[in-house]
Design a protein around this ligand. Structure first.
Ligand code: SAM
Length: 502
């Protein structure tokens, strides 16, 4: 309780600091609460346990397209703004081979090293202490992903982080960073902060850290109405419209064009040169109390895990890849990346087309190519062969995995309902994934029976379990897509056989 009160007070002082920098969720520049808090008119900081934890809630009904938050350029933490510190700028310039991202990581660590004297101290204090992006996964959590595709992505992420850290080491030594800030652990923390919190800016490909603006949790794209609906939906009194229409006669073509270009970026947000600020707009209508979300981009669940350390239970942009024979890739001109299965189990247009061609005798492929590329079935026999092959391949992948969806679900249940290690071990005693549980204990130095006396998990073990849980959630989603694909194929086979009979 006391802790909560303290957290609230700390957040209040952060929002007051943000207001002093001109960050505001109100269109009016002379509202009474100015300099008291940057929020309070449209948004408030709240907790949403099911979708992202700390986030921003609507303080009133919000209309799609309405400006809800503005963060002036001077409040953004970018490499450029941190390098106003001459000592840092001179040192960075001596290392021209570093990437934009490496420079921003060093800037963040450098600023952390300043402690209370940093201009951004109130902001830095509120950053998460730990992250779950794939680069932070250890061997155990990587193995728990079970699928090669995911293990490779994890391995590559870890290697990339290590090599970027090593590459920036010379600069960090020159800057005399405290030993704690020179470690790979500190680098991973800063790199994960950059990966999961930066917003796009036109002048630096590493992006910017945006106080308050980085409190929006993620919503997947894909359900926005068309532009036409957007126009109808906008209220004439929104701050956004007031800003552009105040420039003059709203019937001029120039204004109409300006309006069009504004519609392009209406949902979510972006840096706007004309107001020299990052502006955020409501991406849909929100009722008072609902969480206001931001779309960071289009990501599969594996990409969300890689860059942001979470996944969506229902992700309309999820896709999975299955192992395909080399002949399949070479029998058509579809790219490898286009041959996947959608989140709902339907094979992609290109995958079906490629399989139809591959299942056609080589000497006939030329004559049916135009049909296959336009998405037509080639024949009932060809279609049944393709669907049977796809269903068999999905089943083989499922059978080769060490655990079933049901076992994974039991494991997830045990994780969710156990407060301590003894309970967890009791609940998982009869599960067939004993090997995996032993690997968790080993990875966290918990094999010794004595460690069970201390029933509460160490911080390290709790962090490992959080990542383990994400890995299991990811593999369950993968397996569900395979199962749905098998059902989809079987349904098509059944309907084709019925048609053949009649
Ligand atoms: C830009 S921050 C958003 C604010 C963040 N929740 C905080 O407390 O600072 C992005 C991070 O929030 C979390 N997050 C955002 N959207 C989420 C969602 N829909 N489900 C679960 N976690 C989410 C992830 O940890 C992600 O890396």
């Amino acid at each position: 309780m006391e802790e909560e009160g303290e957290e609230e007070r700390a957040m209040e002082s952060f929002l007051k600091w943000a207001a002093e920098l001109g960050i505001s969720d109100s269109p009016s520049t002379n509202r009474p609460q100015l300099f008291r808090s940057s929020l309070g008119y449209s948004l408030c900081v709240s907790h949403f346990p099911q979708s992202g934890g700390r986030g921003l809630g609507a303080l009133r009904d919000l209309r799609r397209g309405e400006l809800i938050l503005k963060v002036p350029k001077s409040a953004l933490m970018t490499s450029e703004s941190v390098m106003e510190d001459n000592h840092l700028a001179i040192a960075v310039n001596r290392h021209p081979s570093l990437s934009f991202a490496q420079i921003l990581v060093v800037c963040l660590l450098y600023e952390m090293g300043k402690g209370k004297t940093s201009k951004w101290h109130p902001y830095l204090k509120h950053l998460p202490q730990a992250y779950d992006i794939l680069a932070t996964f250890g061997e155990f959590e990587k193995e728990a992903l079970q699928l090669d595709e995911a293990r490779w992505v994890t391995e590559a992420a870890v290697l990339k982080a290590k090599s970027e850290w090593k590459g920036a080491n010379g600069l960090m030594q020159e800057l005399n960073l405290k030993p704690k800030l020179l470690t790979f652990k500190a680098w991973l923390w800063a790199a994960a902060t950059i990966s999961s919190r930066t917003l796009h800016i036109p002048w630096d490909e590493a992006g910017c850290l945006c106080p308050v603006g980085d409190l929006f949790n993620y919503d997947a794209p894909g359900k926005e109405p068309s532009h036409l609906e957007e126009v109808q939906c906008l209220q004439p009194n929104t701050f956004f419209q007031a800003t552009i229409l105040s420039n003059g006669d709203n019937t001029t073509i120039a204004d109409a064009e300006q309006l069009d270009s504004h519609f392009e970026r209406l949902t979510d947000g972006g840096f706007e040169e004309d107001v020299d600020a990052y502006c955020f707009y409501a991406r849909e209508n929100y009722k008072k109390g609902e969480q206001v979300l931001l779309c960071y981009g289009t990501y599969t669940n594996l990409e969300l895990l890689e860059h942001y350390g979470f996944l969506l239970p229902e992700n309309p942009n999820d896709k999975i890849f299955i192992p395909l024979e080399p002949d399949i890739y070479s029998s058509s001109s579809w790219s490898k990346e286009s041959l996947y299965i959608h989140h709902n189990g339907e094979p992609s247009f290109s995958l079906v087309s490629a399989l139809r061609l591959w299942a056609t005798p080589q000497n006939n492929r030329r004559s049916v190519g135009h049909l296959a590329y336009s998405g037509s079935q080639l024949s009932s026999d060809n279609e049944i062969f393709v669907m049977k092959w796809l269903s068999k391949t999905c089943r083989a992948v499922l059978e080769n995995l060490p655990t079933s969806i049901d076992e994974d679900m039991l494991l997830l249940n045990a994780m969710d309902s156990s407060q301590d290690l003894c309970t967890f071990l009791g609940k998982t005693k009869l599960l067939s994934c004993r090997e995996e549980i032993c690997a968790f204990l080993e990875a966290n130095d918990l094999q010794n029976e004595d460690s069970f006396i201390d029933v509460l998990l160490s911080r390290k073990a709790r962090r490992s379990m959080d990542k383990w849980k994400l890995a299991v959630q990811w593999r369950v989603k993968y397996k569900k897509v395979l199962t749905d694909c098998i059902s989809y194929c079987n349904e098509i086979i059944r309907s084709l056989l019925r048609m053949d009979e009649t």
